[in-house]
Design a protein around this ligand. Structure first.
Ligand SMILES: [Zn+2]
Length: 387
């Protein structure tokens, strides 16, 4: 910066919130954007400060957060997800990962550090909680309840098997006994919500029965839990940030070999994410579906099958603008039955459009190459709206 030495242009000192400032009112009702810290931190213009915010994750998330606060002057809601769960598995003795380079560092130090870097609230560095590891889950509860702060979210990076019929009861019981707000992150290759038939219903049950629950690093499940009383949620900007992978596994990518990866684009009418390559193929010989968001301005959704950074950014902005619009719409309905009914009807209308769109683009009803309704969307469209 050319005027870095001009004292009038010095960025204002970082205003931080101490541990007595409660997390709950600052996060209530928000859908945050879960972003990787390696991207240059500039706030997305499509994010609404009243209803959204940012979760920075990955190596250097703290440094990027600090930069976003000081150099860029971002004043919105911000969380730092150090993603301890990507390398560390929770044990009955040590459910939280201690900072590796400091011998006597405590969980409190890790929480204070996030706040000093500008975080709105602090996330515990919980390790990955494997399926059926009750002792690790209970250890999280034990250690979390020793934390004497108002600003802390206890992160619960759980394998999706915790949402199965056999385990959901115990998960709910433990969550209800943790006296801080909680942030669930679901682990499994591909879409965790597609792993078993009752997962969407049980996830909803968890969020209905336990107060102050957040769901981070997810996809449209963010809106489902928010409609059903979640504290807040976070949607990943890329598919790798819409779920997480256990520490000892490598991400399995749908296609063979290396080569460039293309964005997955949120389809506004169908309410699903679809890869840029398959959109380009599906719409090769017909008019593409178009979008009226501020990024697309009526243009076709087949235009993102290019490997450059600008295209990816444009695709991401389209996706963010699309779900942000839904979050604002949801906020205009009263919490409770009104909001749940709106969401159910929106999902039903989306499900009903698949056959029409497949027919329009010349894909038969039984074709496996057209658009397929994602099982979670089908569940959200059909599960009963409890009062
Ligand atoms: Zn768009």
């Amino acid at each position: 910066m050319s005027n870095a030495h001009d004292p009038r242009r010095r960025p204002p000192a970082l205003k931080t919130l101490d541990h007595t400032v409660a997390a709950v009112p600052l996060l209530q009702g928000r859908v945050l954007l879960h972003e990787h810290a390696r991207n240059i931190p500039r706030p997305r213009l499509t994010l609404d400060d009243e209803l959204s915010g940012v979760v920075l994750t990955g190596a250097n998330a703290d440094a990027r957060a600090f930069q976003l606060r000081t150099a860029v002057g971002y004043e919105g809601t911000l969380l730092i997800d150090s993603a301890a769960y990507s390398t560390y598995t929770a044990t009955a003795e040590e459910p939280f990962m201690a900072p590796p380079d400091e011998l006597f560092a405590t969980v409190d130090d890790s929480l204070n550090f996030q706040k000093a870097r500008g975080a709105t609230a602090a996330l515990t560095p919980t390790g990955y909680i494997p399926p059926a590891s009750s002792r690790a889950l209970k250890a999280v509860m034990r250690d979390a309840n020793r934390i004497e702060r108002a600003d802390t979210l206890v992160s619960l990076p759980i394998d999706v098997a915790w949402l199965n019929r056999e385990n959901i009861g115990q998960l709910i019981a433990v969550c209800a006994k943790i006296r801080h707000p909680k942030a669930v992150i679901l682990f499994r290759q591909f879409d965790p919500l597609e792993q078993a038939k009752d997962v969407p219903a049980n996830l909803r049950r968890l969020f209905t029965e336990v107060e102050h629950m957040a769901l981070l690093r997810t996809d449209l499940a963010a809106l489902d839990v928010l409609a059903h009383g979640a504290l807040c949620a976070g949607i990943g900007v890329q598919s790798s940030l819409r779920h997480a992978i256990p520490p000892d596994e490598k991400a399995q990518i749908g296609k063979r070999g290396g080569g460039p990866t293309y964005p997955h684009v949120l389809m506004p009418q169908l309410m699903c994410f679809k890869g840029a390559e398959s959109l380009s193929n599906l719409y090769a010989n017909v008019d593409p579906a178009t979008c009226d968001c501020e990024e697309c301005d009526g243009r076709g959704l087949d235009r993102f099958f290019l490997p450059d950074g600008d295209t990816r950014r444009e695709a991401d902005n389209h996706t963010i603008a699309t779900w942000s619009g839904w979050v604002s719409e949801m906020a205009s309905y009263r919490a409770g039955t009104e909001r749940k009914t709106w969401w159910r009807n929106k999902c039903t209308a989306a499900v009903d459009r698949y056959a029409l769109e497949n027919q329009r683009i010349g894909q038969g009803a039984s074709s496996r190459s057209g658009f397929q309704v994602p099982p979670p969307l089908k569940a959200w469209a059909t599960l009963p709206v409890a009062p």
